[in-house]
Ligand binder design. Structure first.
Ligand SMILES: Cc1cc2nc3c(=O)[nH]c(=O)nc-3n(C[C@H](O)[C@H](O)[C@H](O)COP(=O)(O)OP(=O)(O)OC[C@H]3O[C@@H](n4cnc5c(N)ncnc54)[C@H](O)[C@@H]3O)c2cc1C
Length: 380
């Protein structure tokens, strides 16, 4: 059952405050990259301005209200301020979306209330290595064995949506569960597991959930639902929005650098600025159209393949756009621009690393498959 589409009078979100919060997040990025607790303060600020609750029923970007355009812009803006914060925030939104789609009413109320009243942060951890998660039953108790990798915000998240294999007499497959991180010993978070090129502040550590005893209320939906289309692949537009935010930051820092050094009148630099801005705007156009299709088709059941293909194309276009913008910017600013006190070196590292998302080649092949089948799509 979905909630009715009404906007609440007591909305928590404060847009003016968000603008200030984003500035503060951007200013603190160099510090939070090396902070042992990660971007804890940043999420307190996002909570204070109502951003953590923004997709809940009656709030500004209520999932029921078809506000994907605004949501993608918010994700982009947070990514522009700090890609690691954007990654963790995107996971929070993704987890709430799966709750919106699949939770039973009582579960949904509980988890929504935790966000609304207590500012809980949710994470979503699907990736794993050979020692991945299994749900096992013994003497009537179901417990977890195994670990997740790439757990963004592992030390910050209050509730973790994880996936794993379940094989019981009454169900089997890839099962979602939402766990209480208070019940996971901090020793089980492997802080040595995140030595990376960039995105250090995302603290995407490996987490061992072995021994966690799970209750039925913590399971989310039936096995297999995590991978249900068009939501699974269609959701790629959200991380693409965060990535494009990184490219926006690079464009802004590049322009500021050229202006600071009085180099923006140079015509070769202007050629590169033209390329950067054209690429950036084309990324925004991809996102805008992807949002329109998402709101039109995600729940219609009539255009799943089109929706997935457009999301895939948006994702790969934004990957290419980000790579090209980094290349152009790099030539614009040269070595001096890639040093302290400038921010660009960190943003390049973060964006280069964050662009590596699952199955980039297979995504391109899926796009080809779709058009080999039907080359008249998107021709309206
Ligand atoms: C900053 C960051 C934060 C993340 N946070 C989370 C999170 O919170 N939760 C979560 O679940 N996940 C998270 N992830 C993981 C993410 O979703 C992907 O799983 C991960 O980025 C994919 O890693 P990879 O590039 O090593 O992928 P791979 O799939 O290994 O791809 C690398 C390359 O190998 C190719 N390739 C893949 N398979 C084969 C094959 N069999 N043979 C030949 N070539 C192959 C690919 O096409 C690609 O070119 C995060 C990732 C990053 C970078």
């Amino acid at each position: 059952m979905r909630e009715k589409n009404t906007i609440r009078q007591d909305q928590k979100f404060d847009n003016g405050m968000l603008t200030q919060v984003l500035e503060k997040i951007a200013q603190r990025s160099s510090k939070s990259e090396h902070h042992p607790e990660g971007p804890q303060e940043e999420f307190q600020w996002l909570k204070d301005c109502g951003a953590l609750a923004i997709v809940l029923p009656g709030e500004l970007m209520d999932f029921n209200a078809g506000r994907t355009l605004q949501l993608l812009k918010l994700l982009k803006d947070i990514g522009q301020a700090n890609l690691s914060v954007g990654r963790i925030f995107e996971g929070h939104i993704n987890a709430l979306y799966l709750i919106h789609l699949y939770a039973r009413e009582r579960q949904r109320e509980k988890w929504y209330q935790e966000v609304r009243d207590h500012g809980y942060l949710f994470g979503i951890w699907n990736t794993q290595a050979n020692d991945g998660v299994r749900f096992i039953e013994s003497e009537g108790i179901i417990s977890i064995e195994g670990s997740k990798t790439f757990c963004s915000g592992a030390t910050l998240v209050n509730r973790a949506l994880i996936t794993g294999n379940i094989s019981l007499s009454d169900r089997s497959g890839w099962q979602m569960a939402i766990l209480d991180m208070k019940s996971v010993d901090s020793q089980n978070i492997d802080r040595d597991s995140w030595k990376t090129l960039g995105m250090k502040a995302s603290g995407s550590y490996k987490v061992d959930f072995s021994g966690y005893e799970i209750t039925e209320d913590e399971f989310l939906a039936d096995p297999g639902m995590y991978l249900r289309q068009p939501y699974f692949n269609g959701g790629a537009i959200r991380f693409a929005a965060v990535q494009l935010g990184g490219a926006e930051a690079i464009a802004a820092h590049t322009l500021a650098y050229l202006q600071e050094l009085n180099r923006s009148a140079d015509q070769i630099q202007q050629m590169r600025i033209s390329n950067i801005m054209t690429l950036l705007i084309s990324g925004r156009i991809w996102l805008n159209q992807a949002a329109v299709y998402y709101d039109k088709w995600a729940n219609s059941g009539t255009h799943d393949e089109e929706l997935i293909t457009f999301a895939n194309m948006t994702r790969i276009s934004i990957e290419e756009i980000c790579l090209k913008i980094m290349d152009e910017s790099n030539r614009c600013v040269g070595a001096r621009g890639l040093m302290h006190p400038y921010q660009l070196e960190r943003i390049y590292r973060d964006l280069s690393f964050y662009l590596r998302q699952p199955a980039p080649d297979a995504t391109r092949l899926k796009v080809a498959e779709f058009f080999i089948e039907d080359n008249s799509a998107f021709n309206e």
